[in-house]
Write a protein that binds this ligand. Structure first.
Ligand code: 6R9
Length: 758
């Protein structure tokens, strides 16, 4: 179903798109041919870059990038949104090929630029890099190899002779280009409890605090290249900590604040960090959670014996109000003199002068651990120049961010979305960002919508899990709020089922706002397949088209042969993009094994995808989640989408179990909406619904009503654990410590007929 919503330009043109899609395939063919011969010695044919030298800071900036920053915040920006919508009816493209356009206004503009990005990645990504400020602008743009079989092996370098600083690009330069930015709000802090004092932090204040904290790090011996573990709640101080690391060239490794002491210890020891930044506690959903105390526990473990410094922020330093349980936590903290330091005391001892470190584009910016399906977590390494260029450009184009817009991303900084689209993407675009400490359901399920009204949020980015949990309640929790400020809505993290998409679009966005269903991964650094706001028509639950420079390719799981669209298969990416991870920390071989060996010369995403007739990409879920039942391949996401279609269903998770006759049986966990009764009748209706929607060969064997599903901290359902429960192999559940609520697992086991039988 194609939406013909009013907010998007007229009646496009499936035929047009199809023709164009064939075109892409052509371009891909020729691009892959040319790749065989030369990947990076492509001469740069664009005119030489205009370099301006600012006398005080020796920062080189292109004319193009300074033009962006010189634009004042005025009404023009807001008006322009409307003109873009009407202008997007036009099919003419005015792009002059000397620098990237400020916006992507239509599908036609996208097509022209996409083709260019594939044909000439060196020029495209050179122009993208001009959006940043460099101490030395790179002369080498792309130098990448995906083929593990060749002598060089998998090796990814972008902008390799460029020199820049990520913190400078996120803070200093905005003020240097336009002094009034010192007064512009950078971060709006929204605390867990709505009545608690909140504060706004301007770019000027942020710069001061980042410099001071960077000096605290230096005073404690942190140097360029050192790894710094960050274990913090979602507060302004966390942004300060990350930017301060980036400023002095230290590599931050954020560990989500909900992880156990064991998880922390494993991650501290893997990257050998000697310093930890934490907070005395965090507050989420009205509860105070100990952070420093967990660090103390971790530091008693052998793996952490090298840690010699713990810098501790006070959660609400200088604020009068504090919950009793939080005050108790603070007063009962263990304190080891010579190792533990209060940040507010250390900040008193340093000055505000701290020049940014000059970093090579390929110097690591951060490590972020993501749990592998087996074995120990993978330390994904992102580097400075490519990552920042990619997150900067995707943020700007995809959300159509305009100066003055207020942006909010609900992701915690403990996962990649928090890095790329709560900090580096928005801040390098001089955005104003809401940092929310709490959860969507506290103090009630209107919380997000109230925050949107309170801070007049224009762009809102969240995850399907939050959307599904909120839509399980009465719409009045949404409709009693205004939400008039909203222009763009986003979703990331899992496939969004069409019902959730429709609800988000209709009830939350009142059909005014495009839904940016953006597909990407920790490993990809930034958005890869995504709509661009206001540029083309949307389909519920469909991520639509690849971002510039991203070439997708489908393969057949069984034969490993490439498939031509329209088709469904395993999703790979044919060539490098600047935002991609370079390696796994200390484990390059594992990096190659996991991502580059399945399909030689391609990056393997591990996701399934359907590319439709119109070129739109529909992500169908992790490929390990495909069931083979009596010879039929059945994507669990498809069954879940059918179950979620029922009015009474809030969400579902489908897994397989071994079955001697059919190879696998199908087991469906179903969470019902508020106040819906679990009845035999409903169970029958759901089985029929799946058969009707997908086909008679797809019949759930079990429907298990489960009020809660095991979820990771970032809201993804942990199907690995569900598979173990129904197999049943409950003595072998693996690590459950990364779950939001590990007790959910016991409830599921108790109610599972298969475990009972075993
Ligand atoms: C950013 C992030 C990556 C996995 C990815 C895919 C799933 C993310 C999605 C989506 C369908 C989307 N995923 N966005 N699936 N549609 N819009 O979530 O990174 O935590 O590494 O997870 O999430 O399965 O492979 P990460």
């Amino acid at each position: 179903m194609l939406l013909t919503s009013r907010y998007i330009h007229g009646k496009t043109t499936i035929r047009h798109l199809t023709l164009w899609h064939k075109n892409i395939i052509e371009i891909r063919r020729s691009a892959s041919l040319s790749n065989t011969f030369s990947t990076f010695h492509v001469p740069l044919t664009s005119p030489p870059l205009q370099i301006n030298r600012t006398s005080h800071h020796e920062i080189h900036t292109s004319a193009a990038s300074s033009a962006i920053w010189a634009s004042p915040l005025n009404n023009y920006q807001r008006k322009s949104v409307n003109t873009i919508r009407s202008r997007s009816l036009s099919t003419e493209t005015t792009w002059n090929e000397s620098s990237l356009p400020e916006k992507i206004k239509s599908l036609d503009e996208y097509k022209v630029l996409y083709d260019f990005s594939i044909k000439d990645p060196n020029r495209f990504w050179k122009m993208a890099a001009e959006r940043l400020d460099w101490y030395r602008f790179p002369t080498k743009i792309k130098n990448t190899e995906f083929d593990y079989r060749c002598e060089r092996g998998v090796d990814i370098k972008w902008y390799e002779d460029g020199i820049l600083n990520a913190c400078y690009n996120c803070v200093d330069r905005h003020i240097e280009h336009d002094h009034s930015t010192a007064q512009q709000v950078a971060l709006i802090f929204e605390p867990d409890t709505p009545t608690e004092s909140r504060h706004h932090v301007t770019y000027g204040e942020l710069l001061r605090d980042v410099k001071k904290f960077a000096n605290v790090l230096k005073k404690h011996g942190v140097k360029k290249g050192d790894r710094v573990t960050v274990y913090m709640p979602m507060v302004v101080e966390t942004c300060i900590a990350l930017l301060a690391c980036a400023r002095i060239g230290a590599i931050h490794s954020v560990v989500f604040g909900g992880f156990s002491a064991n998880n922390v210890a494993e991650r501290v020891s893997d990257c050998d960090s000697k310093i930890i930044i934490t907070s005395d506690f965090g507050v989420r959903g009205g509860k105070c959670s100990p952070l420093k105390a967990k660090i103390d526990q971790a530091l008693k473990m052998k793996q952490c014996s090298a840690v010699n410094t713990v810098l501790v922020f006070q959660r609400n330093h200088g604020m009068p109000e504090m919950k009793d349980d939080c005050a108790d936590l603070r007063s009962s903290l263990e304190w080891k003199d010579g190792r533990d330091f209060w940040v507010h005391e250390e900040m008193e001892k340093v000055n505000e002068i701290c020049e940014p470190e000059r970093m090579n584009a390929e110097d690591p910016l951060f490590i972020l651990y993501t749990s592998g399906s087996t074995g120990k977590p993978k330390g994904i390494v992102h580097t400075t120049g490519g990552y920042l260029t990619y997150t900067n450009l995707t943020f700007k184009y995809v959300f159509d961010y305009n100066p003055g817009d207020v942006y909010m991303c609900t992701a915690d900084v403990g996962w990649i979305t928090g890095h790329s689209y709560a900090i580096y993407g928005p801040m390098s675009n001089r955005a104003t960002t809401v940092i929310f400490e709490g959860v969507p359901t506290y103090p009630d399920v209107s919380r997000y919508w109230n925050i949107i009204d309170k801070h007049q949020v224009n762009i809102f980015y969240t995850a399907p899990t939050a959307i599904r949990s909120l839509m399980a309640h009465d719409d009045k929790y949404v409709t009693h709020t205004s939400r008039q400020s909203l222009k763009v809505l986003g979703s990331v993290g899992e496939p969004i089922n069409p019902e959730a998409w429709e609800w988000y679009h209709t009830v939350v966005g009142e059909k005014r706002c495009p839904i940016i269903d953006s597909w990407w991964q920790t490993e990809t650094g930034g958005m890869m397949i995504t709509p661009i706001a206001h540029a083309w028509e949307l389909e519920p639950g469909v991520a639509t088209l690849p971002f510039f420079g991203v070439q997708t390719k489908l393969f057949d799981k069984a034969t490993k042969k490439p498939l031509n669209p329209p088709n469904s298969g395993e999703l790979c990416i044919s060539d490098s993009w600047p935002g991609q991870a370079r390696t796994l920390y200390g484990a390059h071989e594992r990096f190659v094994d996991v991502y580059f060996k399945q399909y030689p010369n391609y990056y393997f995403t591990g996701d399934g995808c359907e590319i439709k007739e119109n070129g739109y990409h529909h992500i169908t879920g992790r490929v390990d989640d495909v069931l083979v039942i009596s010879g039929h391949n059945i994507g669990t996401a498809e069954v879940e989408a059918a179950l979620d279609h029922h009015d009474h269903v809030s969400e579902s998770a489908v897994v397989g179990y071994p079955d001697p006759k059919k190879n696998q049986g199908m087991y469906c966990f179903v969470t019902l909406k508020d106040d819906v009764e679990e009845t035999e009748e409903l169970r029958k209706q759901l089985i029929k619904l799946v058969r009707d929607m997908i086909g008679a060969h797809v019949t759930p064997d079990f429907i298990h009503f489960a009020p809660n599903l095991p979820k990771t901290r970032s809201g993804k359902i942990m199907r690995r654990i569900l598979r173990k429960i129904v197999e049943p192999d409950i003595s072998n559940l693996g690590d459950t410590s990364t779950l939001t609520d590990p007790s959910v697992v016991d409830d599921l086991i108790k109610k599972c007929p298969r475990t009972k039988r075993a």
